[in-house]
Design a protein around this ligand. Structure first.
Ligand code: APR
Length: 309
């Protein structure tokens, strides 16, 4: 049975564990600095397993030794965004937490593929890579799968079609320089641009970019977790089952698409050794310009994170 460690047994970590257990993807270790949270949630989820007929095990701990030999490590530790707080406000606090978690977890599982979830996402990916010296193809940020799911849902909702009729993609950053791709999005096989008015597409793009904040404003305490948890599960599934599925993920680019030395959300194939290749969707000038703008913004955040390491 594959072994999946989730660090941070908060809302996102425990919801990811829930989806992963429901899909029986592997044995789960939930680790949290607050031991009771990890043990309690793992026990609660274990007690659901007979009902959902899942044969995985779920253990809670604060001891990194119990994560030894994991195939996948998911880092959700940190604090979540509060109303009025931007992802970059989180930078200072989460840089320290994520660097510490990466240094403690990765040596116990040198072959693991690491999925970074803590925000600000692209900078936390860099903090993980830099503080662990793990291979770049095994440090992958979860943002694009979540942003894509939001874009996808809003399109299906607007057109009043089942979500299964839509095929969407969002790349770029997990923030203001997110790049939803209407030209590469299809509804029942037809380009989105043919089936939806430009104003409606623009409105949905805006809503997608603000998708995280919209939830934060409703909840008031804490941020989204159902869709983030499912988006993590989608990546874990592709990695554990070595499907090579192409998903938008944040990866360290070294010249792919002509962009280098930055974590950026791009379409990559995912398998058991991490991300394999960046898939060039033949981006047009406008799309490349948006990606380059996103890269420039992440570079600034990475520099700030670097100064905190
Ligand atoms: N080691 C292990 N766990 C830690 C550490 C640490 N050093 N520091 C904090 N944690 C744990 C907290 O105890 C808490 O249980 O991380 C968990 C975070 O959970 P929540 O506060 O519920 O936050 P959540 O909504 O899950 O978001 C986690 O994911 O989407 C991002 O922006 C979000 O960065 C945030 C992260």
């Amino acid at each position: 049975m594959p072994k999946i460690t989730i660090i941070g047994a908060g809302f996102v970590g425990s919801t990811a564990a829930h989806w992963i257990a429901a899909k029986s993807l592997g044995d789960i270790v939930l680790l949290d600095i607050v031991e009771g949270a990890a043990i309690g949630k793992a026990l609660d989820l274990s007690e659901a397993l007979p009902i959902i007929r899942s044969t995985v095990t779920v253990r809670g701990t604060k001891d990194y030794k119990e994560t030894k030999g994991s195939d996948v490590i998911v880092i959700t530790a940190g604090i979540a965004r509060k109303p009025g707080m931007t992802r970059d406000d989180l930078l200072k606090i989460n840089t320290k937490i994520v660097a510490d978690v990466a240094q403690q977890a990765i040596p116990h599982s040198p072959a693991a593929v690491v999925i970074v979830v803590s925000n600000p996402l692209d900078a936390m990916c860099y903090v993980t890579l830099k503080s662990s010296h793990h291979p770049r193809k095994k440090v992958i940020g979860m943002a694009g799968t979540l942003d894509t799911a939001r874009f996808h849902y809003f399109i299906a909702e607007k057109l009043n079609v089942p979500v299964t009729d839509v095929d969407a993609i969002v790349i770029g950053t997990h923030g203001d320089t997110m790049v939803p791709l209407p030209r590469h999005t299809k509804v029942k096989g037809r380009p989105l641009l043919e089936v939806m008015k430009k104003e409606d597409i623009d409105e949905i793009i805006k809503r997608t970019i603000n998708g995280g904040a919209e939830i934060v404003n409703h909840l008031q305490i804490g941020s989204a977790y159902f869709a983030p948890g499912a988006a993590i599960m989608q990546m874990v599934d592709a990695i554990i089952n070595d499907t090579k599925k192409v998903l938008p993920c944040s990866v360290w680019l070294e010249g792919e698409l002509g962009i280098k030395e930055v974590f950026l959300g791009v379409p990559v194939s995912l398998g058991c050794d991490g991300w394999e290749e960046v898939v060039d969707l033949r981006f047009n000038k406008e799309e490349m310009a948006a990606l380059e703008k996103a890269a420039a913004q992440v570079k600034e955040t990475i520099q700030s994170a670097e100064s905190l390491l």
